[in-house]
Design a binder for this molecule. Structure first.
Ligand code: SAM
Ligand code: SF4
Length: 336
């Protein structure tokens, strides 16, 4: 599938829940803690149908996210089914890491990370903004850093093909920890990416005092390590720009939705929200109600496919985050 601007769509990011065991201020507005009623959220069967149809249209990569996807009941069953869909080449999960080290089978010999890996999940993206326990508790509303660190070890032991650590940049919170995060990733051979704060969920967090642009983060890193060398040959499936650190050869990434003016040029993504809206862009209010199609007994897979194509036709050239975008949906429901 290709849109009007030449974006070739091969990647579907799927939120399977709006629920979470953490409360990150930049994701979930504190005042709003009501979860969606269960019947509003797509069933696993509905999600699998969408992905199956997507795969026939050229979707090759799926990343399962939320909310916290590992909080949803029977999630390993879902991942197993996902692994059986023909045409998918890459299945990933985005997680806060808190539940990865949990014993997850009868007898407790396997962790949640092991079960994901066995269910053909290739890549795990784990959020880690800070290595300081107090800062972590403050940022996420939960004192779970030890569990996350265990989760990272469990993911390493499970043998994912790639594990990425994602750190959202916030001035006054983690700019003094960039070096520590880099060392942490290097010691474990993990790919670290720094992400600019985006105005999703709530405008209160994205203030000038909080916002730390990737350009400034790069300068802070160069101050310690020397000039970063762009790695144009290095690409993952997303908009990150990668650089090599002098000396160690370590590669780190930067995701600058706000300040990188080329950010949208290579976009290959659609999003499916947990209540079945197909969204052509995270940074645009456009979204289309696929659930109504899925729940209409008269609608066939061909109708779902047509719906997909129509949404791709409506994909904007670029996001609207820089144009006074006003969030109207929780990130947690859209799926980051
Ligand atoms: N719960 C999982 C996690 O935390 O990784 C998956 C869902 S979370 C919404 C996915 C990613 O979105 C996380 O890396 C999180 O840090 C990021 N995120 C959430 N709100 C954000 C914001 N306002 N700006 C930038 N990134 C954000
Ligand atoms: Fe939960 Fe992830 Fe959002 Fe934090 S960023 S509240 S862990 S969904």
């Amino acid at each position: 599938m290709e849109d009007r601007y030449g974006h070739r769509i091969s990647y579907l990011r799927v939120s399977i829940t709006d629920r979470c065991n953490e409360r990150c201020a930049y994701c979930m507005p504190a005042e709003e803690q009501e979860w969606l009623p269960r019947e509003d959220v797509l069933s696993y069967e509905e999600v699998l149908r969408v992905i199956r149809v997507g795969a026939t249209l050229g979707i090759r990569k799926v990343r399962i996210t939320g909310g916290e996807p590992l909080t949803r009941r029977d999630v390993f069953w879902f991942f197993e089914q996902l692994g059986r869909i023909e045409g998918l080449e890459d299945i990933g999960v985005s997680t806060n890491g808190t539940l990865l080290a949990r014993p997850a089978n009868e007898g407790g010999s396997l962790t949640a990370a092991d079960l994901l890996r066995r269910a053909s999940v290739r890549t795990a993206n784990i959020s880690l903004d800070t290595l300081d326990r107090e800062t972590y508790a403050l940022a996420t509303g939960r004192d779970y850093l030890p569990q996350v660190l265990d989760g990272i070890e469990a993911a390493r032991a499970a043998g994912f093909e790639s594990i990425k650590l994602n750190a959202v940049l916030m001035r006054g919170r983690n700019e003094h920890e960039l070096w520590d995060l880099i060392e942490f990733a290097r010691e474990r051979d993990l790919l670290l990416r720094f992400i600019e704060l985006m105005p999703v969920s709530t405008t209160q967090v994205l203030t000038e005092e909080n916002f730390l642009p990737i350009g400034e983060a790069r300068r802070l890193i160069e101050f310690r390590y020397g000039p970063l060398e762009p790695r144009r040959d290095f690409r993952t499936n997303g908009p990150a720009a990668y650089y090599r650190l002098p000396g160690t050869g370590q590669t780190i990434g930067f995701i600058g939705a706000m300040t990188d003016l080329h950010f949208c040029e290579t976009c290959n993504k659609l999003r499916l929200t947990c209540e079945g809206k197909l969204r052509p862009c995270l940074g645009s209010h456009l979204e289309f109600d696929l659930r109504a199609v899925l729940r209409d007994p008269a609608m066939t897979d061909a109708d779902v496919a047509r719906f997909f194509r129509e949404v791709v036709d409506r994909k904007p050239e670029q996001h609207e985050f820089r144009d006074n975008y006003q969030p109207n949906r929780k990130m947690i429901a859209i799926g980051g």
